[in-house]
Design a protein around this ligand. Structure first.
Ligand code: SF4
Length: 457
């Protein structure tokens, strides 16, 4: 007799969080059937691609490897702890794709072993952070942008491609309290070197020459303050002086303006000076109206990493604990610089993006060091995307769907993650805590052994 198939139980989890870009949409409805996510309503194509990916565990069921061989979690943790304890200049980096609780644990671990701690995106965001330290930031939440902004400027960023729902939820079509007609209540300006997808939706597109953001921003500052330019800067910037003057007038006369700036602003010479010029321009504009600035942060929990490292150390990522207290020097203590100069003698990569754009020289350096990798991307372990095989690899739970915790949106608004399925893998936070505990034991053993060697006084 043919048996009746048992219907698969399907459960819908509303208001889940996606953090595949800085928008951190918190209105995603996930449908889970037989432990797999089969639908991600409200997510954009980028978010759907991530949620509906397999997130499968390795076929042999292993969760940890040492030198490519599957081992128990405890054995991997012991080896990782030994690597970090024996190193004279350990580097811990990555962090951006972790919840804040695990990031906090990573800061504690770096402090314990006197490591240098950095994020994978510090190169890009480091320029923003340095600018914030120099001149401060006039900032607001994305909710205020949605409800109030009648002038939106995107400078060196293309959110239609990189942050697909930014326009719909906050900056272009979103209908707010004082912007009830959505797009019709906003004037949108894009300044970029190319006519991007966002530029095609803008009211005005100003095509700027590559590397001339600093000049254009300072010219705008002069125009806003009513200081006449001694000579035309059109030749340098590629933007007509009248177009810049028109923009400065529009900025001064809007009710609520927002300048979103992205990696394009800091990708050329000047870097943090360009971001500084943008922040100063916005500061000046507050003599006339309400104007704010906001960097467009990347995927994962980049804003969380910046906030957590700042709370714990007083500095943005790129912090060195080698002297027993946190030190910060922009550039000097970035992972790229330390690996480039060949200073680190061990490296721990936490939640690193397997597609991180390491140069061949850096991959070569990492391949020569004892390394520990914590990742939730099983594919990355099977075919190492980082270009070398780490000494110790540990597979952790995908925190957005299985782990829980807190992540920060690009406007520094914290949002809670709520798991939709269980995972046999450990959380990154727990693994980091276990490594730190083992390190503490090893350090105590070492201290006792040294005291015994010296003998009684
Ligand atoms: S816009 Fe970003 S956060 Fe929102 S669903 Fe798409 S990828 Fe996820």
């Amino acid at each position: 007799m043919a048996s009746t198939p048992i219907p698969t139980l399907s459960v819908v989890y509303p208001n889940r969080v996606c953090n595949q870009c800085g928008c951190v949409c918190d209105d995603i409805a996930l449908t889970v059937e037989a432990g797999n996510i089969t639908k991600a309503d409200n997510a954009c194509d980028m978010g759907q691609a991530w949620f509906l990916a397999k997130h499968s565990d390795p076929v042999d069921g292993a969760l940890a490897w040492v030198k490519g061989q599957p081992v128990s979690l405890k054995a991997a943790i012991d080896t990782a702890a030994e690597i970090l304890v024996q190193a004279r200049y350990p580097l811990i980096f990555g962090l951006a794709d972790l919840p804040c609780e695990a990031q906090r644990q990573a800061v504690g671990l770096a402090d314990r072993v006197g490591a240098c701690l950095d994020t994978t995106l510090s190169d890009e965001h480091g320029a923003f952070d340095t600018a914030f330290q120099e001149v401060g930031e006039v900032t607001c939440s994305l909710g205020e942008v949605k409800n109030r902004a009648d002038l939106v400027i995107f400078w060196g960023t293309d959110p239609v491609t990189s942050h697909p729902r930014h326009g719909e939820r906050f900056s272009l079509d979103a209908k707010g309290l004082f912007t009830p007609r959505g797009r019709a209540d906003r004037f949108v300006v894009v300044v970029d070197v190319l006519e991007t997808a966002t530029a095609k939706q803008a009211d005005v597109f100003l095509k700027i020459q590559k590397g001339c953001d600093f000049e254009a921003l300072w010219a705008l500052r002069a125009m806003v303050r009513g200081i006449p330019l001694r000579e035309s800067i059109q030749k340098q910037t590629g933007i007509e002086d009248t177009a810049l003057a028109g923009l400065s007038e529009r900025m001064k006369s809007c009710r609520f303006g927002i300048l979103f700036f992205g990696p394009g602003l800091c990708a050329t010479r000047g870097r943090h000076k360009n971001a500084e010029a943008a922040l100063l321009l916005v500061k000046d504009l507050n003599d006339y109206t309400r104007f704010y600035a906001k960097p467009m942060s990347g995927p994962g929990n980049v804003s969380g990493a910046e906030n957590v490292v700042c709370w714990q150390t007083g500095y943005p990522p790129g912090v060195h604990f080698g002297q027993g207290f946190p030190r910060f020097n922009s550039g000097e203590f970035s992972a790229k610089e330390i690996l480039g100069r060949g200073e680190a003698d061990a490296a721990m990569m936490v939640a690193i993006d397997p597609k991180a754009p390491f140069s061949d020289a850096i991959k070569k350096r990492l391949a020569a060091l004892p390394t520990v990798l914590l990742t939730s991307d099983a594919e990355n372990l099977l075919t190492p995307g980082v270009g070398f095989r780490p000494t110790v690899s540990i597979l952790t739970a995908p925190y957005t769907i299985s782990g829980g915790g807190t992540v920060f949106r690009m406007d520094d608004t914290p949002l809670p993650l709520r798991p939709v399925r269980s995972s046999p893998r450990p959380n990154a936070k727990d693994v980091l805590a276990m490594i730190e505990k083992r390190i503490e034991e090893l350090q105590t053993q070492k201290r006792v052994a040294m005291q015994n060697e010296k003998g009684p006084r």
